[in-house]
Design a protein around this ligand. Structure first.
Ligand code: NHF
Length: 474
C-alpha cells in the first residue's frame, strides 16, 4: 500500500520505490499486488480501469461506500481505491493536513478491507510511511477477532520519519480504532498514524541501513528515538534501488551524445550542451556543478547560496573555476533566495525553478559534480542516478548518502565526496576538495568509472526484501 507509485502518480521518492519494488518482487515470483488511492491525477489519465468491487466501511455513525477498480501493468495487479474521502480535485498531498489525514485513514482502512472482499489473504501487508500506517495498526488491533488476517505479518517502510500524520486524532474513533495505550509510546504520539504503525508492525524497514541507525538517535528520531530504541530488534535498513533501464546513459534520449564508462570522452558533448542550454559560457576548464533537488529545508538548499558566496570571497591560488546549474521547485522563499544568485554570479550560476525531467537528465549526463547537501536523507536516489551517469556526487554525510558514496581518498576505492556538517562552510570545504580532485583528470575519470560500476539495481534490493519477508513469516 502506498500513497503514490510510478507510473500512475509520483510526487517524490516514495513514488519511485512503490512503483519499482513490486515489479522487482514479481520478477522473484512473489505474488504481490499494489493498492493506491484513485487520486485526481490518476483519474485524468483515462486508464482502462476495470471495476472490481464495492463495499461499505463504517465511519462515525454511518457507512462510507468504497469503490475499487484495477488494471494489470507489466503483469502486476494494481488496485485503485475510490470513495468520498478521496476528493477527485485534491492533490496527492495538500496543505490541508486534516483533509489529508482523513483521506489516507479512509484509504488505509478501505485497502485493508479490500483483501477480505477479494478473499486474497496476504502473507505480508507492506505499508509505507504515515499515509498507510493505520492499515497496520487496524489489522493488528483486529487480529484477535478477525481470523482472516491471523497469519498476515506487517512490514512498515520508513521513507521519511518526520511526517507522522498530524491531524488524525479524531479519525481513530471515527474508524472504530482505539488509541494506543502502550507505555513505551510517548503520549503525544498515541493517535498519530506513523507511530502507531511503528508500534505494531512486525518489522520496520528504513530505506537505508544508515537511516535505520539514525532514527534511533535524538538528532534524527523526531522525538520517537527512545521509543524506537525499544524496537531496535525489529528495525533494519534496505537501500532502495534505481531502474537501470530508465536511467542509462547509453540509451538516454535526452542526451546530446550517449556514452558508457568506456567512452567518457563522449560525455564532453553533453557538458557543452548543458552549458549552452542554460546559457552559461561553454568552457571546458571549469568544474561544472549540478543540483536536482526539491527546494526545501530537508534538502539543505538554503546552505548553497552562502557556500557559493563564501567560495567566491576566498582568494585561492589558482582561483577555483566553477559553474553551477540548479534545478528544482518547492518552497517559494528558498526558490527566490537561490534565484538571486544569478544576479550575483551571471556567468556562473543558473537556477531553473520548474519541473523539467529532460533538463535533469542533461545535468546528470553533463555536469562534473552533483551537489546533495541534505540535512537528512533516508536513502536518496539522486546520488545513485548521478553515479550511473558518471556525475560525481558531493553529498552530506547522512543516511543513504553516507551508505552509497565512498568518500574521496587516494586509495582507489572512492566514488564521490562527503561533507560532515549541514553548514555552508562544510559544504564549501567539500566543494574545494572536489575542485582540487577534478584537476587530476585521470584520477577523476577513475572516480567516475568506479561510480558507474556500482550496483544500485532493484534486483539486489528486492532480494533483500524477499529475505526479510521470509524471516518475518518464519
Ligand atoms: O529516497 C524514497 C525516498 C528516499 O531519501 C528519500 C526521501 C523520501 O527523503 O524512499 O523517500
Amino acid at each position: 500500500m502506498a500513497a503514490e507509485a510510478e507510473p500512475f502518480v509520483k510526487v517524490g521518492g516514495l513514488g519511485d520505490v512503490a512503483g519499482s519494488l513490486p515489479l522487482a518482487l514479481r520478477r522473484l515470483s512473489v505474488d504481490v499486488r499494489l493498492v493506491l488511492p484513485l487520486h485526481g491525477v490518476i483519474r485524468e489519465q483515462g486508464l482502462a480501469l476495470q471495476p472490481v468491487c464495492e463495499f461499505d466501511i463504517p465511519y462515525k455513525k454511518k457507512n462510507l461506500l468504497v469503490k475499487v477498480s484495477s488494471l494489470t501493468w507489466e503483469g502486476l495487479v494494481v488496485y485503485f481505491v475510490d470513495g468520498p474521502l478521496i476528493p477527485p480535485d485534491a492533490p496527492v498531498y495538500s496543505r490541508d493536513h486534516l483533509a489529508d489525514a482523513a483521506k489516507y485513514a479512509f484509504f488505509s482502512i478501505a485497502a485493508l478491507r479490500l483483501a477480505q472482499e477479494l478473499g486474497w489473504q496476504p502473507d505480508i501487508l507492506h505499508a509505507n510511511d504515515w499515509h498507510t500506517a493505520l492499515a497496520v495498526y487496524a489489522m493488528k488491533q483486529n487480529q484477535a477477532n478477525d481470523p482472516f488476517f491471523t497469519n498476515t505479518c506487517a512490514v512498515i517502510g520508513v521513507h521519511n520519519l518526520p511526517y507522522l500524520g498530524n491531524g488524525s486524532k479524531s479519525l481513530l474513533n471515527a474508524f472504530g480504532l482505539r488509541p494506543a495505550a502502550h507505555p513505551l509510546l510517548p503520549k503525544w504520539a498515541r493517535t498519530l498514524p506513523l507511530p502507531l504503525g511503528l508500534l505494531t508492525a512486525d518489522r520496520i524497514v528504513a530505506v537505508s541501513p544508515g537511516y535505520a541507525r539514525e532514527i534511533l538517535t535524538p538528532q534524527y528520531g523526531s522525538g520517537l528515538d527512545e521509543f524506537l530504541r525499544t524496537r531496535a530488534d525489529v528495525i533494519s535498513g534496505i537501500l532502495n534501488g534505481i531502474d537501470l533501464e530508465n536511467w542509462d546513459p547509453e540509451t538516454d534520449p535526452c542526451l546530446k551524445k550517449q556514452y558508457s564508462a568506456r567512452s567518457l570522452d563522449d560525455r564532453n558533448a553533453n557538458r557543452e550542451a548543458l552549458q549552452a542550454e542554460v546559457n552559461l559560457p561553454v568552457d571546458s576548464k571549469v568544474t561544472l556543478m549540478g543540483m536536482v533537488n526539491r527546494m526545501d529545508y530537508q534538502k539543505g538548499m538554503d546552505l548553497v547560496p552562502e557556500a557559493l558566496i563564501d567560495l567566491s570571497r576566498r582568494s585561492r591560488k589558482p582561483p577555483p573555476e566553477w559553474q553551477i546549474v540548479i534545478l528544482g521547485t518547492g518552497d517559494a522563499e528558498i526558490e527566490a533566495h537561490t534565484k538571486r544568485l544569478e544576479t550575483r554570479f551571471p556567468s556562473r550560476v543558473r537556477v531553473v525553478t520548474r519541473f523539467d525531467p529532460g533538463l535533469s537528465r542533461m545535468i546528470f549526463g553533463g555536469a562534473d559534480l552533483i551537489i546533495i547537501p541534505s540535512r537528512y536523507e533516508p536513502c536518496g536516489l539522486t546520488q545513485m542516478i548521478a553515479m550511473r551517469y558518471g556525475c560525481v556526487p558531493l553529498g552530506r554525510s547522512t543516511g543513504g548518502l553516507k551508505d552509497t558514496i565512498i568518500d574521496y581518498d587516494t586509495t582507489g576505492e572512492s566514488t564521490g565526496f562527503l561533507f560532515e556538517e549541514a553548514a555552508p562552510q562544510s559544504l564549501m570545504d567539500g566543494m574545494i576538495r572536489a575542485f582540487k580532485a577534478h584537476r587530476d583528470r585521470k584520477a577523476w575519470r577513475e572516480l567516475q568509472q568506479r561510480g558507474m560500476a556500482q550496483d544500485f539495481s532493484w534486483n539486489r534490493s528486492a532480494a533483500q526484501y524477499l529475505k526479510l519477508y521470509q524471516e518475518v513469516l518464519n
